[in-house]
Design a protein around this ligand. Structure first.
Ligand SMILES: [Zn+2]
Length: 505
């Protein structure tokens, strides 16, 4: 049996959940749902990153302990994911005992192997990033390239990870596994960074206690980033259940934003190598979700929470927008107007109209009982091509393309109805054949669209009179033309996606 292990970044608990987090998480959820349709053994992991200076500082400001602060903020992510029908298999918190155990086990191994050593370091440090930068990376000589705020000169005696010793091994890894980092532009960026020469990195802190203790050095905790990355190993049993860990690892699919490329494509693979494990098989990198052409940030006050959009668009409308309109890879620009336009065109019109008009004519011409499709329908080869093409697109982490393919079948079916006008014809075998074909398209669409719009897909399934749910269908064989049996009661019901008013009209 094939296996599919997909992860989102674990989200920093100091952040409030916004549509950028939702975009990655909805994508991972849809991919997991697709792989469950394929019958793959699937594991979908998300969670929260809870250590570090910023959490300790914000806890103090709020009059809480760091534990309390982390618990309150982590819960907001779980609530958001529940509201978006995110069906994860595991939600990890880096403050859990299992994560302390895995972090200490993995880094102890790297230490035993001679890749973590005591040293001192001085350099420009961004408190917001919790990272050192090289002088050459700073903007205008003293600004963090991410936050554009002044960096501070830090000096510490700490344990250092000997990243410099992994340069050749990392280059070999990417050369042998060119598909490990996608898209290609991001792979090239990683290669460029490695070829510049890698420096050892400070991996522990003595200045704060809010972190995972270093097992061999009392008073030191691991720097938040190095404990955070290990969550992907913790959750599948690293250090506690070796058999389980190696069942899932290294065949993981990490979904990440481009701002954390270096951590996932350089540091993390090297840490795994240092501990004697293989690097991750797949890192899929997406761009920023921009709002009005700018990156969302607390300081710019342009963050949009999912809860701001759900009342109007519904869960499925929200999910569909981020999967269909934001291509996975390049930067995307969120606009409310664009979201409304897409909702109305694809969901209210194409999808909703097909479902509604077929049910209406079945009620009038067939007494509400759906006829069977014809085996040699002109739509049969279209459906077969769409199933194949949509599947290939999900397979290469291109939800936008997969949904565009799925909607191609909807458009073809609507055109077929327009050409045959069953609503004008007298009831009889000709009308039955057209409606049976359209019902079979709706059955196939309900399954293909279910990773994106699970609620509407299940509702449509029930209206077609089909037993169970679209997620019971095994893909692709269950989508072979002719699966709609006919003889089932078809229900019209209220619009699945009520049309939205266009802004400004
Ligand atoms: Zn910064």
């Amino acid at each position: 049996m094939a296996r599919f292990y997909v992860t989102t970044p674990i989200y920093y608990v100091n952040d409030a959940p916004h549509i950028g987090h939702a975009y990655t998480t909805v994508t991972a959820d849809a991919l997991a749902r697709w792989h469950r349709l394929l019958g793959d053994e699937t594991w979908f992991l998300t969670g929260t990153d809870e250590h570090g200076l910023k959490v300790a500082q914000s806890a103090e400001a709020a009059g809480r302990t760091p534990e309390e602060q982390a618990a309150v903020n982590s819960a907001r992510f779980r609530e958001t994911w529940a509201a978006l029908d995110i069906d994860y298999d595991d939600f990890i918190r880096t403050t859990e005992p299992r994560h302390y155990a895995a972090t200490q086990a993995l880094l102890q191994k790297a230490h035993d192997n001679g890749f973590i050593e005591l040293d001192s370091y001085e350099g420009p440090y961004c408190v917001a990033c919790e990272a050192y930068y090289a002088e050459a990376e700073l903007v205008d000589g003293n600004l963090c390239p991410i936050h554009l705020r002044p960096v501070e000169l830090f000096k510490e005696e700490n344990y250092f990870f000997r990243l410099s010793r992994f340069q050749d091994r990392l280059l070999d890894w990417i050369a042998v596994n060119p598909g490990a980092i996608t898209p290609e532009a991001k792979r090239n960026e990683v290669l460029g960074f490695i070829r510049q020469g890698l420096e050892d990195v400070s991996m522990t802190r003595t200045s704060l206690s809010w972190g995972v203790p270093v097992p061999w050095a009392p008073g030191h905790v691991f720097y938040v980033w190095y404990d955070a990355l290990i969550n992907y190993a913790t959750a599948i049993g690293y250090g506690t259940d070796d058999e389980r860990f190696h069942r899932w690892w290294p065949a993981v699919h990490h979904l990440i934003g481009k701002d954390i490329l270096r951590f996932h494509c350089v540091y993390w693979p090297a840490m795994l190598m240092a501990a004697g494990e293989d690097p991750p098989a797949h890192v899929h990198v997406h761009g920023f979700l921009l709002v009005g052409g700018e990156k969302m940030s607390k300081t710019r006050l342009n963050q949009i929470a999912p809860a701001d959009l759900l009342p109007e668009f519904g869960v499925d409308g929200f999910r569909y927008h981020f999967l269909r309109d934001q291509q996975f890879g390049p930067d995307g620009d969120f606009s409310y107007e664009g979201m409304v336009a897409r909702y109305n065109a694809d969901l209210a019109n194409n999808f909703g109209n097909l479902a509604a008009r077929v049910a209406t004519v079945v009620a009038r011409a067939c007494g509400g009982i759906g006829p069977a499709p014809s085996p040699d329908s002109v739509l049969a080869p279209v459906a077969a091509a769409v199933v194949a093409d949509a599947g290939a697109a999900w397979g290469h982490v291109a939800p936008s393309e997969a949904l565009d393919e799925t909607w191609r079948l909807i458009r073809e079916a609507n055109a077929y109805l327009e050409a045959n006008e069953p609503w004008k014809a007298a009831p009889g075998p000709a009308v039955d054949a057209v409606l049976g074909d359209a019902l079979e398209v709706l059955r196939i669409v309900a399954v293909l669209a279910s990773p994106a719009i699970p609620r509407a897909a299940a509702a449509l399934w029930a209206r077609l009179g089909l037993p169970g749910s679209p997620t019971d269908v095994h893909v692709p064989d269950g989508l072979a033309w002719g699966g709609y049996p006919g003889g089932l009661p078809v229900e019209k019901g209220d619009p699945l996606f009520p049309r939205l008013a266009t802004p400004g009209s």
